[in-house]
Every structure is written in C-alpha cells, then in structure tokens.
Design a protein around this ligand. Sequence first.
Ligand SMILES: C[S@@+](CC[C@H](N)C(=O)[O-])C[C@H]1O[C@@H](n2cnc3c(N)ncnc32)[C@H](O)[C@@H]1O
Length: 450
Amino acid sequence: MRHFPIFLDLTGRTALVLGTGAVALRKEAALARAGAHVRRLPRFAADGLDGAALAIGADAPEADLVALSEAARARGIPVNIVDRPALSSFIMPAIVDRDPITIAIGSGASAPVLARQLRARIEALIPPAFGRLSAFLDTAKAEIRRRLPDLAARRRFIERLIAGRVGELAVAGREAEARAALARDLAAPGPGPSPGMVFLVGAGPGAADLVTLRAQRLLGEADVIVHDRLVSDDVLDLARRDAPRIFVGKARANHCLPQAEINALLIRLARAGKKVVRLKGGDPFIFGRGGEEAEALAAAGIAFEVVPGVTAALACAASAQIPLTHRDAARSVTLLTGHTQAGTVDLDFPTLARLGGTLAIYMGIAALARVAAGFHEAGLAPETPAALIERGGTRDERRIFAPLAELAVRAPAWSTGGPALLLIGPAVGRAAIPGILTKAAPAEPWASLA
Ligand SMILES: C[S@@+](CC[C@H](N)C(=O)[O-])C[C@H]1O[C@@H](n2cnc3c(N)ncnc32)[C@H](O)[C@@H]1O
C-alpha cells in the first residue's frame, strides 16, 4: 500500500484551495460538502495557509503551485497539487458519495483513470439512496442494542436486517414501513426467517445493458428469480449464480403456469423469507400482468416493489430510430395490445384512426391482418407509415417498414415467429434511417386484404 487511507473530519476547519479553474471549483465544492470552511485564492500567499487544516492546488501558475507545496510541507499541513504526486503529501481518492457512507478509491497515484472507472462501476452497484439505510440504522441502533445486548446476536440480526425486507424498505425511502417491519423482527429476533419481499422487475427488451441499475443490483442480490419466456439469457446472466431460477413461461398459446399459480408461488417464496425477483420482459406494468401480481401480493400482505423496465415500444422505436412523438407529426403515443384474453382483436379502430398520433401495438403477427382490416374499415389512409419490429432491442432485431396496407400483406412471410411490435402513424415516416418508405403504396392498397 503506497498511501495510507484516512477520512478527515474537516467540519468547521479551514481548507485552502489555490486556483481558479473548473478543477479548483470542484475541489472547493467537495470540501464544502464535507463541512470545511473553504478559503480560495487565485494566487499563492503564505498567510493563506494560516490556520488551514489542508491545502489543495489546481489550475494556478506553476510557481504558485510549487510555492504552496513547499510552504505547506514546511508547516506540516497536508497538501495536494492535482495530478502532481511529486508536489503532494497526500492524494485525493476517487469518491463514491452515499452520505453518510463514503467510499474512497486510490490507485497510489499511478492510474487515476483506472480508479475513476472503478468508481463508475461501484456507483452503478450502490443505489444513490443507499445512505438512507445507514441513516435508518443509526436511528434504530439504540433500540436494537437494548433488545439484543449480546454482540454476536446483534451482529447477526443486523446482517439479516440489511439484506432483508427492512433494508430494502429503508433504501426505498419507505421509512414508516421499515420501522414497522423492524419492530416485528425485534419482537421475534430468533433464527426463523422474517417475511421476504418481492420485486416486480422489468427486464427490458433483452439486451443486458438496457436493464436499469436497480434491476441489475436486485438480480445480484436475489435469493430466487421467477422469470418469463421473454426474458433473455443475457439478462438472466446478471443474476446471482447460486440463485435458483424458476421459469413460469407464458408463450401466447402455451401458458406454462396459470397466473393464479404464479401469484401463489411468489407469495409462498416471500413467506419463506426469500428475496424474490419476479423478472418480466419489458416493463412489468405494460401488458405484463404485473398489476395482477401486485394485487395478489398486496392482498397477502407481502411487501413488494416495482422496478420499471424499457418497454418494447420504446426499445423498438429507439433502435429503429423512429421518433414516437414529433412536433410536426405526432403529439401522442398510444400503447395497445392487439389481442384479447379470448384471442380475438378488440380495438376501437374509428377512435384510434382519428387520434393521429403514433400507435404502438403489442401483438403476435397473427393479429396483424385483423388489425389492418379494422383500420381499413375505419377509414385510415392505406399509405399511413408503419413498421414492424421483431425482437427489437436485441442482437437478432429485424424490421420492416412499409405503408400499413402493404405491411399487412408482407408480414406473414417475413416473420420468423419472434415477438413483434407494430408501429403506425406519421411519425414512423420520420425515422432517421434513410431510404425507408420509398416504396409507393399499392394502386389498390387495401384490396389485397379483402
Ligand atoms: C405479453 S406482452 C409483454 C410486453 C412487455 N411487458 C413490455 O413492456 O415490453 C408481449 C408482446 O410484447 C411485444 N414485445 C415484447 N418484447 C418485444 C421485442 N423485443 N420486440 C418486439 N416486440 C416485443 C410483442 O408484441 C409481444 O407479443
């Protein structure tokens, strides 16, 4: 270890910052956050060090930086000249600030870029609100100590607390619920499992880097993963290796597990004290039956949290470079499902045709002919721009752009059977990809559907 890490209490103490540029300003702000009284000088003056607990120099003339370094060392005041280890008696670590938790990363001044990259990774793993947990434990520690005087038992209890439901509720800012859960756990602090928690997590369209940081963290912490068919292996690879994965299927015509049984499974796992991640393709609350699972969990008194995901409409539009809204072309986006529970298509075509915005229709290709016919009858122009995107947002994405009438005819032969999304509306014609929609609409555009 080239440098010895310490955390300095600068509350109310003077810190000198020499320099005027952006780096000096950042250092000033960081020192102020730590409670220091910052004295900032544009040029070096020896009396600037009077009463200073620490000095930092950046963006100042070389002679001033050297003078600061020498004067501070002579007076035994820790000094850092940014990016100049030879002039410094201490180095500044890269910092992850989750107040009151602070993580400092040093590379012995040899590879600050590496330290900064490491910081970015740690930032991604620790939620911004993590500090809340520390603040919560601080307020609870006296009570915990009173109820559990034995140090080893107390430590075990707090470890379970942090990893479990109380910890999650505290991080989520649900303090009253966290307090109630803590009171219950303290009333029965024995080895039996306290109730677990369920996370209804959106897995996005399939690419692992389109998963939210929160989803990524939860996958790494989960005791068990319950997932759908639409969740990709790339996303599942983010999960803790030893966490069992339960596949509950749900292809359109091939329900592996009825919804009521999925609900019961989630409740059973949570009651066994598990931290359950219920992973769903896209967003859990968009055509994902997340609402039904949430209702069942609430009715059973199981704590749950919903973590949004990138829904297919957003993922498909983004990768096909289709602006879902456009100042000149679409002032609304409507998300619709093309098939009902009974397998029929039940959409209010006249109203939708009048909307004029972008329609994003979630459905199987099988429903496309009926959807196109419905719009035909409702009077939607056959040349209305449309796009069909299959496996959007994944490595295997395919897309086809054509006027709606033509698309409906071409789609069945084009499809490879993957999940596909239909986008309709003038904004689809504004896709940034050049050369699309160059084909003229057929002479008798809807005729082929009749
Ligand atoms: C049961 S819904 C689930 C939607 C999901 N909860 C979401 O927010 O994206 C399934 C439908 O979503 C659409 N879908 C899901 N993933 C897709 C993808 N990667 N590309 C295109 N469409 C997709 C398809 O229309 C598919 O039939």
